[in-house]
Design a protein around this ligand. Structure first.
Ligand SMILES: [Zn+2]
Length: 443
């Protein structure tokens, strides 16, 4: 048992949201108690004490849309790549990379993504994977890395017909094998979804194959209307809008997660709401790909469960928070937009989304919740209260503020030092693999 205390404690538990000098007592992989530091120390005198040194103690971050496969793109220059639009970004960069990924390259991409996630205080990751260079067992290669680093993951493989029907079938089967594996695992550390790229690269036949191989306990994780091209394709080939096609293919539902939703209309939002389907917003990626600004504020105001992801851009959830905050103000010409919606997406939405796949409560510090806790070294310059916590996070913290990360009751990083992981060695091995990948792509 150990106690993390002597810090400003943000619990995200409405019953007791903030302690000026608070502590969390952790026993095994759950939280035993939350309270004043002095009281907890007296109640559990034998517990080891981890000193937060006046920093902020809060629930670890959850990332509900990530792409491990993109990890080795940093600094990579692909010969002839000069995109004029979103489809050229996909084909020229992301599909080019994933066509060259072996399972070893996938594993190394996962290792460096997880390393960076720990350093940014993220302990639960919903990944959306593609590696058409080697599909079979690729999700299990990611699991190897997740176990090595001690993080919680919900994985899927993005089904697509883009490289032919044999690979589409293989990607369905990889999802099915992974989901079966995750459903029989009782660690509460892994979960699976039926991954899908986007409707414009998936035929009805492949949709049917996926449905036939999907256990009913899980849903889909799919990109929706990320580019206007996706909508045009659907109207042209199916005579209907994207969410209507997904409805007709029985994709929507409370376990299904739709990424982006930029080009969706009010009718489609109604379908998403009626079916209790989840949405994840990725502001930085949408801006970077010049895809447009999604109507996320409207989606949120309609009561649709909405989370915040990074789409592989970063492992720093505060970066997504900062970008979403200014994106919607800018786009709507409304200085009042997004103040409360974005932190609700990050802290409540992501926790609820995770709650649909994991048993123990995540994103909250209270008795019985998962022991996923972070400490940041942030010392406020103005009074910090239960009512202005999010403003302190938005304007005062970055992922680099995280000094200690605990996942499932295990300390993975303490005072910025990774525990049991040789960071230099990991980065050396990842760089070697990235060099191989660049050579494989550019010859
Ligand atoms: Zn994505």
């Amino acid at each position: 048992m150990f106690i993390i205390g002597n810090g400003r404690l943000v619990t995200r538990d409405l019953a007791a949201p903030f302690y000026e000098n608070g502590a969390v007592a952790i026993e095994g992989n759950v939280i035993r108690k939350v309270g004043e530091t002095k009281a907890l120390k007296e109640e559990f005198p034998q517990a080891e004490f981890v000193d937060a040194k006046g920093g902020v103690i809060m629930p670890a971050f959850i990332n509900t849309h990530e792409h491990i496969y993109s990890a080795m793109a940093r600094g990579l220059s692909i010969k002839g790549y000069d995109p004029k639009g979103f489809l050229e970004i996909l084909d020229g960069q992301w599909w080019t990379i994933d066509r060259h990924l072996t399972n070893e390259a996938t594993r190394q991409s996962a290792r460096v993504t997880f390393l960076d996630s720990i350093k940014n205080g993220v302990t639960t990751i919903f990944d959306h994977h593609a590696s058409f260079g080697e599909i079979h067992d690729s999700l299990f290669a990611i699991e190897d890395a997740a176990k090595e680093f001690g993080l919680r993951t919900c994985l899927c493989y993005e089904i697509s017909d883009r490289d032919g029907m044999d690979k589409a079938r293989e990607s369905v089967m990889e999802n099915a094998a992974w989901i079966r594996h995750a459903l029989t695992d009782d660690s509460d550390m892994i979960a699976g979804m039926m991954g899908m790229h986007a409707q414009f690269t998936i035929s009805d036949a492949t949709m049917e194959l996926a449905a036939a191989n999907k256990p009913e306990e899980v849903g889909y994780h799919i990109h929706v209307a990320e580019g206007i091209e996706d909508l045009h394709h659907c109207l042209k080939h199916y005579g209907k809008r994207i969410v209507d096609r997904l409805m007709d293919c029985n994709i929507l539902g409370s376990k299904t997660l739709l990424a982006h939703c930029i080009y969706v209309n009010p009718h489609e939002m109604e379908l998403i709401k009626e079916t209790d389907t989840m949405v994840v917003h990725n502001p930085e990626s949408n801006m970077g790909n010049a895809c447009g600004c999604p109507p996320t504020m409207e989606i949120f105001h309609r009561g649709i469960l909405t989370g915040l992801g990074t789409d592989g851009y970063t492992q720093d959830m505060t970066e997504s928070y900062k970008v979403a905050n200014v994106l919607h103000k800018h786009h709507l010409c409304d200085p009042n937009a997004a103040w409360s919606e974005v932190p609700q997406m990050l802290f409540e939405g992501n926790a609820k989304i995770a709650g649909r796949y994991f048993k123990k409560p995540l994103g909250v510090l209270k008795e019985g919740a998962a022991a996923d806790v972070i400490v940041t070294d942030y010392i406020p310059r103005t009074p910090m209260t239960k009512d202005n916590v999010n403003s302190h996070i938005l304007f005062g913290m970055t992922g680099r503020s995280v000094v200690t990360t605990v996942c499932n009751g295990k300390i993975l990083m303490k005072d910025r030092e990774l525990i049991g992981i040789d960071e230099e060695k990991v980065l050396y091995e990842v760089r070697k693999e990235a060099e191989k990948l660049a050579h494989s792509i550019n010859g």
